[in-house]
Design a protein around this ligand. Structure first.
Ligand code: AMP
Ligand code: MG
Length: 479
């Protein structure tokens, strides 16, 4: 069976300075680890053909399919607050774009696919650890209903990659609505390439926000999706870890799963990333950082907003400040649903924060506490269950004002609070096994995390928080 992919590559039609055209570098011995059959079908690709030798060669970058126009995208970015004028795809190739079964434009990109003009000192490769981490976590996010880039496939290369140790190499095939980042706009803005910014803006509006009216409309739309994304992360206890502007997706998808992690026990100051020394990207800071990143985005568009710079700054600032209302509304929606509320009362924020404060005090497990509201086990997560009980009295009284008791609220609570998240120690264990050639734990996690809201009694062990000796306190970009 032959693989026909109906590419329609809009990014490749942008001016030459937007990218470098080049094909991925072939690898020694590609072998499929996992193919996302459901996603392949969404894209109109035949899973059987992708599993065959020709398909795996494409997924590894050894063969360029008909109609593909491989390229590495140029971008810049603020990394931990410091500006880097040129980053770009140093180990990724956009293969092309397809229109999926629902008419949506989707990028197919390979990551770990070899050196490009943007590689700097890097080798252009990835090892199996970050590839499987991104596969697992991005697919779990999708199943949790979080906007995200997707994983189409992971392959091993049959080559070694040299990091602290010698590691098996791998390539991830990633799918996204685009790979346009705040940093893509910064690349042109810092070069005072106004035509470049305008061309990118027009492309972005046509592709993601057809209803947006010019630069201010675009800023408003991006602000709204980023506010909802941040609220969604907060509601599932997700810490992105590298919220740099080059990792801020213009259509509000979660992108770049380097040192990300889900919290086990709740604390607002939780940080995992080994390179985040000062806790810039701690859990509780994420909304403020999103605003900071959006301000950088708005700055890029100033020359297109108004010839009068003061007027442009004023209008852009007002648009960025809309974040706060969007975020507050989204956060309240998320957390009201998490505790089973169907209506809104002004004191709800205090009620929710009362629970979170108690959780932080007792180091309660974030996921198990909220899920436990649905089956009466939440109090078990507290060192002193009486502290939970005193909160639960207010909660019960609040539910009573909706004419419901806890039992009536429980199905709704279970529908929005996952039983399963990709716990860091399990992700690490799956990667550890994969390095020895055993992909069973990885496949099991993928399968369980595809249905995170279902009780899966056979996999109850995956709901357990780490034992003290299992807890992962630091994560690494591990590129
Ligand atoms: P990230 O930390 O994944 O957001 O990447 C930051 C920048 O470093 C991007 O420009 C990447 O393309 C580049 N980069 C990361 N790892 C490598 C690598 N192994 N080879 C070449 N470039 C890389
Ligand atoms: Mg990145």
């Amino acid at each position: 069976m032959s693989l026909q992919i109906a590419f329609d590559n809009s990014y490749a039609r942008l001016p030459d300075r937007f990218f470098a055209r080049l094909a991925p570098e072939p690898v020694a011995a590609p072998a499929l680890i996992r193919l996302n059959d459901a996603l392949a079908a969404e894209l109109g690709l035949d899973p059987a053909a992708l599993r065959a030798e020709e398909g795996v060669a494409i997924l590894a970058g050894n063969s360029t399919p008909q109609g593909a126009e491989p390229l590495a995208q140029a971008y810049a970015g603020h990394q931990f607050g410091g500006f880097v004028p040129q980053l770009g795809d140093g180990r990724a190739h956009l293969i092309g774009e397809v229109i999926d079964r629902q008419g949506r434009r989707r990028d197919i990109q390979l990551k770990g696919s070899g050196r490009t003009p943007f590689s700097r000192a890097g080798d252009g490769r990835a090892w199996v650890g970050p590839v499987l981490r991104e596969y697992l976590v991005s697919e779990a996010m999708n199943a949790l209903g979080v906007p995200t880039t997707r994983a189409l496939a992971a392959v091993t290369t049959g080559e070694w990659v040299f990091r602290e140790d010698r590691m098996p190499g791998a390539v991830l095939a990633r799918v996204a609505s685009s790979h346009i980042r705040v940093g893509t706009f910064q690349f042109f803005a810092v070069r005072q390439d106004i035509d470049g910014v305008r061309a990118l803006m027009e492309h972005t509006i046509a592709r993601h926000y057809p209803e947006a009216d010019g630069p201010l409309g675009l800023i408003r739309a991006v602000v709204a999706v980023q506010a909802r994304l941040a609220a969604r992360w907060m509601a599932i206890g997700f810490v992105h870890g590298v919220m740099n502007t080059d990792n801020t997706h213009i259509a509000g998808e979660t992108i770049d799963y380097g040192p990300c992690a889900f919290m086990d026990s709740y604390h607002p100051e939780t940080v995992f990333s080994s390179i985040d020394q000062f806790g810039r990207y701690a859990y509780a800071n994420q909304p403020q950082i999103a605003v900071w990143n959006l301000a950088q985005f708005a700055t890029c568009l100033l020359p297109l907003i108004d010839a009068d710079q003061d007027a442009a700054v004023e209008a852009a600032t007002a648009a960025v400040h809309e974040f706060s209302d969007h975020y507050t509304a989204a956060w309240l929606d998320e957390f009201r649903a998490k505790i089973g509320l169907a209506t809104a009362e002004p004191a709800d924020r205090d009620l929710i924060e009362g629970l979170l404060a108690r959780m932080a005090r007792h180091g309660a497990d974030f996921t198990r506490t909220f899920r436990g509201l649905a089956d009466g086990t939440a109090r078990d997560e507290f060192d002193d269950p009486a502290d939970f009980d005193s909160w639960a009295q207010h909660w019960q009284a609040r539910l009573a004002r909706e004419g419901r008791d806890i039992a009536a609220a429980q199905p709704g609570i279970a529908a929005v609070n996952p039983a399963f998240i990709p716990r860091n120690h399990q992700v690490e264990a799956a990667i550890g096994a994969a390095v020895t050639g055993d992909y069973t734990p990885f496949h099991r996690l993928c399968d369980v995390l595809a249905r995170p809201f279902e009780d899966q009694p056979r996999h109850a062990d995956l709901q357990a928080p780490p034992r003290p000796e299992e807890a992962v306190r630091q994560t690494f970009c591990g590129t």
